[in-house]
Design a protein around this ligand. Structure first.
Ligand code: ATP
Ligand code: MG
Length: 383
């Protein structure tokens, strides 16, 4: 049996939010603690973040520590997982360079996530006011190839990510197949591991937009204070037709319920039973299905549901907040974790790069290879 290896990561463009948590981070911690994996690599993708933040390297630099603190707060353990910074592993860019020859421009242009992200950032529209109207940076356009380098450098078998990453993993698999059939079996084809809960595939923003995203400013951050979480939940969109408490409400597409689907656990009903006790009406719920039924029937107000959601979120976030505070007091430790991790990641990537160069026969000066090469060329010229 081959080794089981995880590679995944995040762009240091801001603190991590609850979308990251349910989409990938929560799963990583579970997998880490399951003991089923031989190696776990968690990458802070600063080089990728620079592909659309080239003019703002300070933002990326500042957010490396923020992401690292969020990792540790969420329960990633440096004893079990290797946390590292992408730009410190220069082998990745070498792999990227070779893989670029295995992908066509047309293939990249079909990538739905990149298409969407180009649109979102306004790289393709000429609007006078648009600060990005100069166009799409080549590095940004090509980031799926760089991601293939990141994944394959560690011979990752499993990539736990949100749904938006599906086209990247597909692209990686294609590159692996192309490489292996051209140069020989060296690279490992990774599997995507999506959240099994449908509402976690792509958690919507607090504004009800399709994706909670740092770039859209519709996030609840893992490090938000109790008051911030409360205020953000209070301001969330629900069902626009649920005007009176007595009106029947819709649960589907109602972000408050999507968040409950993602975060609510059976024990929360007993723990937060008081949320359902009101001045005029009170309820006794034992499951989320019962809450949804009542909301659909009418009589259950948005405020009550929001108060319950706030309690559920606090329950999840409070332990992380507390752990983060502890690590914030020990910044040297956090950088030491990243330094050590980057060194370890570099050694692993260097092995793969050597395998790749050997397979491509561009390892001219390796032991034995040079002698062979000299013999071959000498014969050619002295026939
Ligand atoms: P940016 O706007 O800078 O791209 P982002 O918020 O999209 O930031 P990434 O660093 O690109 O975050 O994504 C990191 C990981 O989190 C990926 O695995 C991605 O699939 C997952 N993820 C991001 N946003 C969500 C979301 N709203 N729901 C579920 N998973 C998400
Ligand atoms: Mg993203």
């Amino acid at each position: 049996m081959g080794k089981k290896i995880i590679l995944t990561g995040d762009r240091p463009t801001g603190r991590l939010h609850i979308g990251h948590y349910v989409g990938s981070l929560r799963r990583r911690v579970e997998l880490q603690n399951s003991g089923e994996f031989d190696k776990i690599f968690i990458m802070i993708a600063d080089a990728q973040a620079l592909t659309d933040n080239a003019d703002n390297p300070e933002k990326v630099r500042q957010n490396i520590i923020e992401v690292a603190l969020d990792y540790l707060a969420a329960g990633l353990d440096p004893e079990k997982s290797t946390l590292f910074i992408q730009s410190q592993v220069s082998e990745l860019t070498e792999l990227d360079f070779f893989y670029q020859n295995l992908v066509t421009v047309q293939r990249l242009q079909r990538n739905p996530t990149v298409k969407q992200e180009i649109q979102l950032r306004g790289f393709s529209d000429n609007d006078e006011e648009n600060e990005n109207k100069a166009g799409t940076p080549v590095g940004f356009f090509c980031y799926p190839i760089s991601q293939a380098a990141d994944i394959t450098a560690f011979k990752a078998t499993t990539v736990p990510v949100g749904e938006d990453q599906k086209p990247m993993i597909e692209q990686t698999r294609e590159i692996v197949r192309k490489f292996n059939s051209t140069y020989g079996e060296v690279l490992v084809e990774p599997e995507i591991l999506l959240p099994d809960n449908a509402s976690c595939l792509r958690l919507p923003g607090t504004d009800g937009k399709a994706k909670m995203s740092k770039s859209l400013g519709n996030c609840i951050y893992l490090s938000d204070s109790e008051e911030e979480v409360k205020a953000k939940v209070k301001g969330m969109y629900t069902d626009p037709n649920h005007l009176q408490v007595s009106d029947p409400g819709t649960v589907e597409g109602n972000t408050v319920f999507t968040y409950l689907d993602a975060f609510c656990k059976p024990e929360h009903f007993e723990k937060f039973a008081s949320c359902w006790v009101g001045k005029k009406v009170s309820f006794e719920f034992h499951s989320l299905d019962e809450v949804k039924d009542q909301y659909r029937k009418g009589g259950l107000g948005d405020m009550m549901v929001k108060n319950f959601l706030t309690a559920v979120l606090q329950d999840t976030l409070e332990p992380m907040r507390a752990r983060r505070k502890e690590y914030e007091k020990n910044i040297p430790y956090v950088y030491e974790v990243l330094r050590k991790g980057s060194e370890e990641a570099r050694a692993a990537a260097a092995e793969t790069l050597a395998d790749v160069k050997r397979a491509m026969r561009i390892n001219y000066f390796d032991e034995g290879v040079l002698d062979e090469l000299i013999k071959e060329q000498t014969e050619k010229y002295n026939q």
